[in-house]
Design a protein around this ligand. Structure first.
Ligand code: GH3
Ligand code: MG
Ligand code: MG
Length: 331
């Protein structure tokens, strides 16, 4: 794994670095506290740090305290010290250290302490994933996609760029549950959740908004492109039946689209507008896309654009974007 070390003594720093590399890790080495802290506070910074207690600028304890002001992602800290008095241990733990390594270090002990650090990090990672992702589909959960929408709206307002919100809702999904059972319904949901992102661009995002509803946020795109992506998504869902328990189930989805030209809107209003448009698409017969009216428009236009070829996507991309500090997950 990637490990940050900070030690102002060049000899001891190089020795530690060489040992860690020999143990199969990659190392980012720093000679002082402030630079180490800055690297650790990066969203994609190392998750395990070995910090010398005594360093110029900010000592290991100070770096620890700075790290503990932030909860996510968790950085596991091993303090490197020749101190072993009880008061020192207590001060180290109070600053937020997870473990100590005595100077000069013993390689076997170092490897053992790293393993316990890796265990804690893996556990943290699993908890974080469970808190941010929907268990069934693997997509972002409602809270994450709403957080993402807030961030994207703030960015759109700052940069005067456009933003679109799509709500995609499976049609007559209750019937699938009622006729074929809940597990079959689950399979359909998983399949729809994997088909929809195939039409998104890398900087778009999608999450499970409710039972059989998905919220999609499209950054910086014209209304035309938003409508096209929505319709490609609709086609991607219905292009082939879902195979479940020896059956082939035809599924369709309706999509409501709301658009803000320069981010001067709230998440609540945009979602409500997309939801109203979705309602119109349902009322007009389902398996179609509808958009919220633009200012001055009296009617909600219903669109069913069957003339798009399915692949490739408008600006070829893969899947939904990960949030800050998130690992990419294509599901
Ligand atoms: P419409 O076309 O108007 O959207 O009709 P619908 O049947 O899709 O919508 P409705 O809101 O009546 O039903 C949604 C159903 O989705 C009801 C609920 O039991 C089911 N559901 C919600 N979450 C899950 C889930 O995780 N798994 C399964 N199998 N079903 C779910
Ligand atoms: Mg539905
Ligand atoms: Mg619904």
């Amino acid at each position: 794994m990637k490990i940050l070390i900070a030690d102002d003594d060049p000899v001891s720093r190089r020795l530690l670095e060489a040992t860690l590399v020999r143990l199969g890790h990659s190392v980012a080495a720093f000679a002082d506290g402030p630079h180490a802290a800055a690297a650790l506070l990066e969203p994609d910074g190392p998750r395990l740090a070995i910090l010398d207690w005594m360093m110029p600028g900010a000592d290991g304890l100070e770096v620890c305290r700075q790290l503990r002001q932030r909860t996510n992602p968790y950085v596991y800290v091993i303090l490197l010290t020749s101190r072993n008095r009880r008061e020192d241990m207590v001060a180290g733990l109070a600053a937020g250290a997870d473990d100590f390594l005595k100077k000069p270090f013993d390689t076997v002990e170092l490897a053992a302490r790293l393993r316990s650090g890796e265990r804690v990090i893996a556990l943290q990672e699993r908890l974080r994933h469970e808190a941010t992702h929907d268990q069934l589909t693997g997509l972002w959960n409602r809270r994450m996609i709403l957080d993402h929408l807030d961030r994207q709206l703030a960015r759109a307002a700052r940069e005067h760029s456009s933003i679109s919100v799509l709500i995609a809702d499976l049609d007559h999904f209750k019937q699938i549950n009622d006729t074929h059972g809940h597990p079959a319904g689950d399979t359909v949901l998983i399949e729809a959740a994997s088909r929809l992102p195939s039409v998104l661009r890398v900087y778009d995002a999608m999450g499970r908004y409710g039972g059989e509803e998905f919220l999609i946020v499209l950054a910086s795109c014209s209304l035309d492109v938003a409508m096209e992506i929505a319709d490609r998504g609709r086609l991607a869902v219905s292009q082939e039946p879902v195979r479940v328990a020896g059956l082939e189930l035809d599924i369709t989805v309706s999509v409501g689209v709301a658009w803000s030209e320069c981010g001067d809107d709230t998440a609540t209003r945009l979602i409500q507008a997309a939801d109203d448009a979705l309602y119109q698409a349902k009322a007009a017969g389902r398996d179609r896309v509808s958009r919220a009216p633009r200012p001055g428009e009296r009617f909600t236009p219903i669109v069913q654009m069957r003339d798009y070829a399915l692949a490739p996507a408008p600006q070829a991309g893969l899947s939904y974007a990960p949030g800050p500090g998130e690992r990419f997950r294509s599901s």
